[in-house]
Design a binder for this molecule. Structure first.
Ligand code: SAM
Ligand code: ZN
Length: 414
């Protein structure tokens, strides 16, 4: 066992970002808090638990199950397991061969053991519980050459210190599920912080929540390449509760085949046009509108500018969710709608970012056009267009902002 140094280890989220409704001072009598998720009843005790994160857990269980079905193996490392709900679900639903449920906070031990015991006895050897900081677990498992098919890091803030050690713990072809909850960085309010954490200087942009996912993927790409690995995003999920940015990455050896998608993003505040800027064009940055407004071009990066998801992978997840009766099941987490939106926005013809209809309306000086109407008009003009899983009142499209503005004006006159 190690002793925890609370000055260096963030066991609890910063109060301003993630107030923990369950937080009580340590050393009080453990409390029991029974929750239900899917078919499971479990105890969250005094641990950090958010019922709103259920969708992120559903997505992870679907992916883990696909991995087991395709490779025949599923060893999971749940590096920051809290009460162990993920571990429980990896065991019970994804039929994991083995789960290591780790949380640095030893006070979680009782609830984790009790929750996992409801699936199978510890003596069956399908699970183990440990209480060390995640990086220590990764390092030990790497040294012991005990590799995992699926590593879940449900961390707080923009802590990216896990990347390198975690990569070395994942089997080649295996999956790493990473997290950021740093809405200040994605919003461009802490550019030096995002630079330190993810190597990306992020400035305020209208599609900040997508930037948060791209910053996280970009950071992972950078760290993976240091070790000679490449990572591919299988899905990227934003949830406003928190906020939480989660990305599932597949790890392999070799150089990233997606080098062209690790670039800068420019947004012109004058005309609303967005563009990807490659490294060799850094000295020639300007907006095609030729704006003479000083500083109108806002640039962030480097970050991931390619598709947020693999449509094929999400389609497999959707099929599995259907087989399990998870679609249209009346739960408030509408997985059906979410997965369909994610599949639609995976179209490689769609660029990064999304356009809020309010921004089009404000630039066109018209009322906000109905979403279905403007999507249909943009499509009829030969552009690609989809909705965004991140924002209900936004579209993703390769139609330039100036054309969106023209179309919105024309729709107003009909
Ligand atoms: C977001 S909560 C986990 C929630 C849980 N995964 C779930 O789905 O309900 C993060 C957990 O990480 C633990 N933690 C924080 N820093 C850690 C570190 N460096 N290593 C291991 N655990 C850590 C905290 O004690 C906390 O229980
Ligand atoms: Zn411009």
């Amino acid at each position: 066992m190690i002793s925890l140094n609370l000055t260096t280890l963030s066991l609890f989220p910063p109060k301003t970002l993630n107030p923990n409704p369950n937080h009580r001072p340590p050393n009080l009598r453990p409390i029991t808090a029974i929750q239900t998720e899917r078919a499971f009843e479990f105890d969250t005790g005094d641990t950090f638990f958010r019922s709103e994160s259920a969708t992120g857990r559903d997505l992870a269980v679907l992916a883990a199950t696909l991995h087991k079905q395709s490779t025949g193996s599923l060893r999971v490392l749940d590096a920051m397991c809290g009460c162990g709900i993920r571990s429980l679900r990896y065991l019970a639903e994804a039929k994991a061969d083995f789960v290591l449920a780790n949380d640095a906070n030893e006070e979680c031990n009782g609830v984790i053991v009790s929750n996992l015991s409801s699936v199978c006895k510890e003596s069956e050897g399908r699970w183990n519980v440990s209480h060390a900081i995640a990086n220590r677990v990764f390092a030990e498992k790497y040294v012991e050459r005990e590799f995992f098919d699926f590593v879940d890091i449900d961390s707080f803030g923009s802590d990216s210190s896990f990347f390198r050690l975690a990569f070395d713990t994942v089997k080649l072809g295996g999956l790493l599920y990473v997290t950021s909850t740093d809405g200040f960085s994605s919003g461009g309010h802490r550019p030096n912080h995002s630079l330190a954490a993810y190597g990306a200087y992020i400035r305020p942009m209208p599609y900040a929540n997508e930037i948060g996912l791209r910053m996280l993927i970009g950071g992972a790409i950078r760290e993976a390449s240091v070790l000679g690995y490449c990572v591919e995003p299988l899905f990227s999920y934003y949830s406003y509760h928190g906020p939480v940015f989660r990305v599932l990455l597949r790890l392999n050896r070799g150089k990233s085949p997606h080098g062209m998608h690790y670039r800068f993003i420019g947004y012109c505040e004058s005309c609303g046009h967005s563009q990807a800027i490659s490294w060799d064009k850094l000295g020639q940055m300007s907006c095609p509108c030729g704006s003479d407004v000083p500083d109108s071009l806002v640039v962030s990066g480097p970050l991931w500018t390619g598709p947020l998801h693999s449509a094929n992978y999400l389609t497999e997840m959707l099929c599995l969710a259907g087989e399990w009766g998870w679609l249209g099941d009346g739960t408030k987490n509408d997985l059906d709608k979410l997965l369909h939106r994610m599949i639609d926005e995976s179209d490689p013809n769609l660029p990064f970012g999304y356009i809020q209809l309010d921004e089009i309306a404000s630039r066109a000086k018209v009322n906000s056009p109905p979403l279905v109407k403007i999507m249909s008009a943009i499509h009829q003009e030969g552009y690609f267009v989809s909705r965004s899983h991140i924002s209900n009142n936004a579209i993703k499209t390769n139609c330039p902002m100036s054309e969106c503005v023209r179309i919105a004006k024309e729709l107003q006159q009909l």
